[in-house]
Design a protein around this ligand. Structure first.
Ligand SMILES: [Fe+2]
Length: 326
């Protein structure tokens, strides 16, 4: 059993680094860390040096990172994954530096999502210099895609310390690795990818102020504002460049006593099961996982190809999670 102590980061390839960085700062509100590496933008939302890296190259998710406690735990994780037949690669010193971690390993989950386990992710002591006052308090969760959420649950709950908090039937599995209702979710989709990256905000007022800000700036709202009955979070999903979906949310439920919690199943077709406020719901867009013939811990492709590969472009699943579609 591998104990994940937290989520660490998302690393995403972008064909237009300038545009994606501009959106992450001027629209989402993240801080752009001082540039130390050509072709890579590090975005900060909380105490972490960064939680989002935009890497110039092909468009698509490179990796999702999680922390483990220390070098012994990382080595044990490597051994355990290899014993189960998963190919694991150690990141180089240069790759670890780019991620602002001491060491890391990389591997694919059984569904093709590239995952990284890291130790000693760097913190920054000074307050975050947000690019605008969106009210962001922290990197809240990430959501991956898999063809079968029950298989995904088996993977995450047997190999790792992830526990299911709630099911949206066969469409979504919401998983916790600490008291937060979900820091990881898996949504049903035919191809691997990142469904969305979540940032918590400080108040319901921030959610609604951000909604007006996004509308004023012609940003495509994917869903919300609404309220999820599972986590009780008030949500707002919106689409960034290259098919990358961001979410702001406020008020996520905490499960302090595991023994007192029984996971529930919600029917996605039942009104209110996605949004208690009965707003229009849809399956938000996913950014596809970058696939390479020889997977390594750093999926970063060669910088600056002429344009994104069509097969790696973002996708919108036609299949709704449930409820009415816009
Ligand atoms: Fe979410």
């Amino acid at each position: 059993m591998i104990t994940l102590t937290d989520i660490a980061y998302v690393r995403s390839g972008v064909a237009d680094l300038a545009a994606a960085t501009r959106f992450a700062t001027e629209i989402v509100g993240l801080e752009l860390a001082a540039s130390t590496e050509p072709g890579v933008a590090h975005l900060r939302a909380d105490q972490r040096h960064h939680c989002l890296s935009l890497v110039e190259g092909r468009s698509g998710v490179i990796a999702s990172g999680f922390t483990v406690a220390g070098p012994d735990e990382l080595e044990a994780a490597e051994t355990e994954l290899e014993r189960s037949g998963i190919t694991v690669r150690r990141g180089s010193a240069e790759q670890a530096r780019s991620r602002r971690v001491r060491e890391f390993i990389g591997f694919d989950d059984p569904f093709g999502n590239h995952l990284e386990l890291v130790i000693d992710q760097e913190n920054v002591a000074r307050p975050v210099a947000f690019s605008r006052t969106a009210g962001i308090t922290e990197f809240g969760h990430l959501c991956l895609d898999a063809p079968d959420v029950y298989d995904a649950h088996r993977f995450w709950s047997t190999r790792f310390n992830a526990k299911v908090s709630d099911w949206i039937r066969d469409k979504a599995c919401l998983l916790r690795i600490d008291p937060v209702h979900h820091k990881l979710a898996v949504f049903q989709a035919d191809t691997p990818g990142l469904c969305h990256m979540n940032f918590q905000v400080a108040s319901i007022d921030d959610v609604f102020r951000n909604w007006h800000f996004l509308l004023d700036h012609d940003v495509q709202i994917e869903m919300g504002p609404g309220r999820h009955p599972q986590s009780t979070a008030i949500f707002l999903y919106f689409l960034g460049p290259e098919g990358f979906t961001y979410e702001y949310s406020f008020g996520v439920r905490r499960i302090e006593d595991d023994s007192a919690w029984t996971p529930r199943t919600f029917d996605p077709d039942e009104p209110g099961s996605i949004d208690m406020w009965l707003g229009p719901t849809k399956r938000v867009s996913s950014q596809r996982q970058l696939i390479e013939p020889a997977p390594g811990p750093d999926r970063a492709p060669e910088p600056a190809p002429a344009k994104a590969q069509p097969s790696q472009q973002s996708q919108t699943s036609p299949e709704p999670v449930g409820g009415r579609t816009r």
